[in-house]
Write a protein that binds this ligand. Sequence first.
Ligand SMILES: [Cu+2]
Length: 624
Amino acid sequence: MLVQPIDYFLVAWFILAAASTVYVGIDQHRNNPEPAVMKWGFILVTLYMGPVGLLLYVLADKEPRPGEHEDFTRPLWKQGVGSTIHCVAGDATGIILAAVVTATLGLPMWLDLIVEYVSGFAFGLFIFQSLFMKSMMGGSYWENVRKSFLPEFISMNFMMAGMAPVMSFLMMGRDMRAMEPTELLFWGVMSIGVIAGFTLAYPANVWLVARGLKHGLMTQRRQTTGTSSREKSAHQPHGTGHNETSHSGKSSGHQMKTDATTPQVSALGIVSVIALAIGMAAPANWLNLTLSARDVGGVIMPRGMIMGRDTPAEAMRDMAAADPRRVTASYDLSAKGGQELPFRLENGVKVFELRPSVIRWQILPNVAVDAYAYNGQIPGPRIHIRQGDRVRINVTNDLPEETTVHWHGMILPNQMDGPAEITQAPIEPGQTYSYEFTATQHGTYFYHPHAKPDRTQALGLYGALIIDPANPADEIQADHDYVIELQEWLVRDGLTYPAMPMEGGMPNFFTINGKAYPSTDTIHMKVGETLKVRFIGTNNGFVHPMHIHGGPFEVAARDGETLAPSARFLADTINVGPGQRYDVVWKAQRPGKWLIHCHIPHHTTNNNVEEKGGGGLMVIIDVS
Ligand SMILES: [Cu+2]
């Protein structure tokens, strides 16, 4: 499933890469007169480098017109391309295969890089240089291994010096889907890595070819006028007097003569080792290379999150976006959260069912959140019971991570309280846990997860628990009753992150009952009527100073506890902190449109934009 713009680019890139590879493959085998090892080298490198590989092939190697390959490929820069292609085909194949295996095994990144280096070097040296080139070079297999060791070592060092930091920074960057071989992004990173490795290895290869230490491009033709089907291959002589040979497939081959001096080769070798060391180790200054694909593979981090070399995997998973691929249902703007949850009676016990899952929920006409939600609602369904009720709530976890439910403010048996790993084992995905208690209190309460609430409550897990008093006379009287559940959201690039007061975690959308103004409810009432507003701090991050226009309200209850008449007070703004509840009674004194809103003005915008006079935490009371 394509979830980010880069995914569309990658699809296009790999279609081009496939088309380029098919073209190079067909052209190589039909038209291009060169040894099979070079043909396969170009095919593999075009697969890895896509259109860039095709470009190199066309500019440096593809015979422009019949009979011209020898002259066409003679320039040193083209010989360098050939030598680098040859190196990259072997090394990159080894590196990529190792990367797939280490990611699957869940090895940490630092070990990953070492295995990749060894594998790339082994592939390049033992297979691509020594084995495939043996027929070209003549001599025994081990002679070839010995002769090609040093040039292969230098070339591989530069290759990995370019590829390792690209892999480290991009795989462990913001979008860590890049660590998973099952993701297109992983292969995109490999492509960029190979291109970077090629670029860094190219200058060294040019020099190695020029000094006769490595092979460049070769021409190998089936003789048309000869006496047999014997093949002739010609080594391009390049400026440095690289000797020309012919090759019959069973001759003793040829000796490359090098004019490179020991200090020259040693210096290049040392610099290649330094480049390799920097490429492998430097990323560890910024990235936690002790993590593996198992730890964080697949998660996408918010922009601006501080991720250093000591940031643990748990911290990354905590702040990662809700996975859009886990969404099991989508709801449009007309869907309402906080609906009263039906129950069934079993031996006098009111039995409720809660199922948290991942949904897509519309908070504005053009803004949807990927949310964790109870029963497909934001806020979760309202559990509305009466004081003295015996209730059982079966919680079945359909989330991709563990959860529990805490009944905030309730007096109940400790085992029913919800804190994960403190009073109960977390409810694992697919499991059910039953909470059962008798509601001895009455008033405004709520429920929320107590396993990773930093992440899962911020993604939408909360719901109101409204308990009517056993004695109706104890109810705070009003003509209208309206519950306000607050929430903060962080939505960027189409992804939803758990909003939190952390770098990169600041919210940019705010909702009352799952909608941002102007999509919030309008409360209709008449002059002289009273409205009871039950503010619930279901949000995680901020204290919201909730204000009502058009005259003061009386604060009648706090945290579910009804205030004695002498303790009640008038106010027009009340600070609703996370976890707090205030029941206030407001009287409509004049007709018109009066607002309930948060007094932090940023919280009455939608991503900093005001529409129809505001946004976010704002509700209109329409008094006639
Ligand atoms: Cu606010």
